[in-house]
Design a protein around this ligand. Structure first.
Ligand SMILES: [Zn+2]
Length: 68
């Protein structure tokens, strides 16, 4: 399942998350995503929307990308 409308925008979203760029929640659009584990030093992989509570795990998102 994708959070955005297609593979291209999903990949763009993933890249932003990995580079820790500000990303507006693609689900509710009400807030920027924040780290899920605020105290973890190394893991930039998991994000959470403080507004709607959606959790974004980039590893899972990567594996869910459709092949094309
Ligand atoms: Zn949200």
């Amino acid at each position: 399942m994708l959070y955005t409308e297609n593979r291209e925008t999903e990949v763009r979203l993933l890249k932003k998350l990995w580079q820790a760029e500000p990303v507006l929640c693609p689900k509710c659009g009400a807030a920027e995503l924040t780290h899920l584990h605020k105290k973890a030093k190394k893991s930039n992989n998991d994000w959470k929307c403080p507004a709607c509570g959606e959790i974004y795990r980039t590893i899972n998102m990567l594996m869910a990308l459709p092949d094309d």
